[in-house]
Structure formats: C-alpha cells, structure tokens
Design a protein around this ligand. Structure first.
Ligand SMILES: Cc1ncc(COP(=O)(O)O)c(C=O)c1O
Length: 397
C-alpha cells in the first residue's frame, strides 16, 4: 500500500509549520478544538491593538468601521457569501445564540438535531425551545456512514409536521464527520424547513461556499482551521430571515451620526471593544492563500489519513466513516477499546506531553487527531507509540 504521504512535500510542510510557536514541550494534536494563529496573524492582531491603544478616538471614530467592512469583504469572498448577509461574532457559539434568541418558535414546534451535535449547541436549542414550549428531537444517524443518501434519508425520517428547524454540524465535533449539508438543505427547502449549520470546523479545513449550500443560517469560528485569532467568528443569515434576526446586545449599530442602512449595520458597533481578532481575519486568509489552500487541505488530509491508518493498525477497530476526503478532512477519528476517557487523555499529556482529545460519544471511546501545518508524521508515530503504551497499561491494571 502506498503511504498517504507519498505526494506530500514534507520539507515545505515542515517549513511552513515554523510559523507557529507551539510550546516546545508539547505535541499539539488538537487544532480542531483550539487552533492557534501563525506568526503573521499574531503580528496583524498586535498592529490593530497598537493602533487602538495609541489613539482610541482616531481608531474608533475614523478607522474602525472601514476596517470592519474591509475585513468582512475579504471573509465574504473567502467563504462565498454576500458581505451584507454576514456579521462578525466572537465564535460559533455567539452566532448560534444570535439565531436562537431571534428565531420565532411556537409551542409544539420541533427543532431537529443529529446525535453528533456539539453539547453546547444542544443546550442553546433546548433553552430556546423551553422558553416557548417547543421541543428538541435528536436523530441517531446510522453507523457506519456509507452513503449520503442513507444519512440524509435517516435524518428526514425523523422530520414531522412540527419540525421548524434542522440544526446540523458541517463537520461534527465528537466524530469529525463531514455531513452532507448541501443535500440536507436541499431536502429541507422542499419541505419548508429552515436549516442552521453549525460550521466552526469547515472554514479552511474543506472548500466552503456558504451561500451555495442553500442554508438559512451558518455559524462558524475562525479560530479553528483558519487560524485567525481567538475570539473571531461569523454568522451568515439568508436574506429572507434578516428582518427577524436582531442583535442580542443592542448598541449604536453604527457610531452616530452614521445612519443604519442595512440589516448588518446593526451588528457593526456593539459597544466599545477590542475588535482586533475580527480585523485580523484577512491576514489569516492571506496566510493560507499564500501557502495554497489546496496544498494545505490535501496535505492535512494526507496526514490525518496516515494517522488513521496507524491507529487502526494499533487498535484493529474500524472508523465510522469510509476512508475518503468526502467524509473526513484533517481530523482522524478512530474507535478505542472501552476504558476511562479522561484518564487516557490525562496519561497522554502527563506521561508523553501529547495534547489530543479522547472522546466519549454514544457509549464508545474514540481518539480525534487534528493535523495542521505544524504537525508532522513523526508526531503521529509518537502518538501511536504512546497510545499503545497507555492502552497496554490500562489492560495491565
Ligand atoms: C461542532 C462545533 N460547534 C460549536 C463549537 C463551539 O465553538 P466555539 O467555542 O468556537 O464557539 C465547537 C467547538 O469545538 C464545535 O466543534
């Protein structure tokens, strides 16, 4: 079998990885949870902070709004969405809350989620439903994943006449699966059901064209695979919903005397704050475009595939998705034998200085390995050795 890494220019990969300053005592394999920025992005952020701190009036009154609009235009182009349907939020969580706070639900309405959704997102929709006497429903998607049709059919078999909204991850958190969101949106539209996509793992990990998906809402963080500063994300709202989606924190919208002229203007000025994470998003986009988005995505997938192969060889347990870039991107996800999730994650950190999430999901234990430009095949080899030792030690106790 040829190695997944056969076509990857590992020298170039390793060189690009030097833009990150991961602590030398750490093997960091969790970009998917918290993705640190490379040097040019850190510098861009510091430049904005210096501008603000050295002349706040000049920054807030004259420079902020044009910079906000320019950053949003760059992001809009990157994710293929109209700029005036896009607002910055601190993270995907904030974006999801904007939707949940504004969307009108009625007693008896149903919000349908899958069993792969992020726990905090489930809480957001449970609260929104409880407030009005609506309810959430969870669809257990069939495992292993085989075809788009089977997955989407299974989700729609749970749709009832009360279903108002489907909330679905683009790439799932506990299982790292790329879900067929375009097909879900297409089928939902036929039935008049809105779709809110929880997408923080998608920007930069996979090709993304938000408006083309046909979704109603798309919430994402830019501090994962795009490697923008922590505290940067966006929310896309389709035109037809904009009149009803309002800022939970009401402020000027635009600093007076500038008039509110469009939906998104209400979200521009949300009170005095440090917006350097938003304004640095273009530098993160530029960094990855200079790397080559294709080079990054195929390389990170190749490394994840390499990790998956090594881990399967160790555990002899089969992953829940086919070995294809259609189903997973730069996160390898492999089942582990039963055991204590937290203890294993802790042992990998305490004994081997490896930061990697061990996930308990639907009664089974998994490992999720994130691969970014600063990760190497040697780190994956080290992980597999360390995991082998830790699993062996579990068996011995
Ligand atoms: C699928 C998914 N949704 C939402 C979130 C929340 O992201 P954030 O903490 O950036 O708001 C995460 C975080 O890992 C996630 O994986």
């Amino acid at each position: 079998m040829t190695s997944p890494l056969a076509n990857l220019d590992l020298d170039r990969w390793a060189n690009l990885g030097k833009s990150w300053s991961i602590r030398p005592d750490t093997t960091y394999l969790n970009h998917g949870s918290f993705g640190p920025p490379p040097a040019p992005v850190r510098e861009a952020r510091l430049k904005w902070i210096r501008e603000l701190d050295s002349q706040p009036m000049d920054f807030f009154v004259r420079k902020f709004e044009p910079a906000w609009r320019a950053a949003r235009n760059t992001l809009a182009q990157f994710i293929s969405a109209p700029a005036d349907s896009l607002i910055f939020v601190e993270n995907a969580t904030a974006g999801m809350n904007v939707v949940a706070d504004s969307l009108e639900l009625h007693p008896g309405d149903e919000v349908l989620l899958t069993d792969h959704e992020y726990g905090a997102v489930v809480r957001i929709w449970e609260r929104a439903c409880q407030r009005v006497g609506a309810r959430t429903a969870t669809c257990r998607l069939p495992l292993p994943f085989t075809t788009v049709e089977e997955t989407v059919d299974s989700l729609f078999s749970q749709v009832t006449h009360s279903t108002r909204l489907i909330v679905v991850s683009h790439i799932t958190s506990p299982t790292a699966v790329i879900l067929p969101v375009a097909e879900i949106c297409r089928r939902a539209r036929e039935r008049g059901i809105a779709v809110c996509i929880d997408g923080p793992h998608a920007p930069a990990q996979i090709p993304l064209a938000v408006a083309g998906l046909g979704c109603d809402f798309y919430a994402a963080s830019c501090h994962k695979w795009l490697s923008a500063p922590f505290g940067s994300g966006f929310l896309y709202v389709a035109k037809e919903h904009q009149p009803r989606i309002r800022p939970p924190v009401l402020s000027w919208g635009r600093l007076p005397p500038l008039p509110i002229e469009s939906w998104s203007d209400e979200f521009c000025w949300s009170g005095t704050r440090d917006s350097s994470p938003y304004l640095s998003i273009p530098s993160a986009i530029q960094f990855l475009q200079q790397v080559g988005l294709g080079f990054f995505q195929t390389g990170a997938h190749a490394l994840a595939q390499y990790a998956r192969q090594q881990l399967v060889e160790l555990t002899q347990l089969q992953p829940i998705v086919p070995d294809s870039p259609a189903w997973y991107g730069s996160m390898a996800h492999v089942p582990l034998p039963p055991g204590d999730r937290a203890k294993l994650q802790d042992a990998l950190w305490q004994q081997h200085h490896i930061e990697v999430p061990i996930v308990e999901w639907n009664g089974h234990r998994y490992i999720r390995v994130s691969c970014h430009l600063y990760n190497t095949p040697e780190q994956i080899d080290g992980l597999v050795r360390a995991l082998g030792q830790s699993l062996q030690a579990e068996g011995d106790t």
